[in-house]
Design a protein around this ligand. Structure first.
Ligand SMILES: [Zn+2]
Length: 113
């Protein structure tokens, strides 16, 4: 289960980037590309485990948004959706040029005003 260190990383990053208002965070949204193999339910479980160690995080709402995989076809000069890990464009050209699907990032943070 690699979700626990991921969730720890997320909150360490937030603490570093918002040291003055970290304790006012109410909601965190994380975007995870499907290639990261991150499961939202496991992220929630990992977050609950983290809260047991750090109860001051208990009021934070953590949301995970999964991003589909998108690759780039050089023949058509366009992006295409990768469905079921099939890295082949409509035109039949295989492509491994991934433009979305590998990222794992904090996309939104809301604070108590
Ligand atoms: Zn194509």
């Amino acid at each position: 289960m690699h979700e626990v260190p991921i969730v720890r990383d997320i909150f360490n990053t937030l603490q570093e980037s918002h040291p003055d208002k970290f304790d006012r965070i109410t909601k965190v949204q994380v975007e995870a590309g499907l290639l990261c193999n991150v499961q939202p339910i496991l992220i929630q479980n990992a977050f609950e485990a983290l809260i047991r160690d750090e109860p001051q995080l208990a009021h934070i709402d953590l949301e995970v948004v999964l991003l589909p995989i998108i690759a780039w076809c050089g023949t058509c000069d366009k992006h295409f959706d990768v469905i079921r890990h099939r890295f082949v464009c409509d035109c039949g050209t295989p492509s491994r040029k991934i433009v979305q699907g590998e990222e794992l990032r904090i996309s939104k943070v809301e604070f108590l005003t």
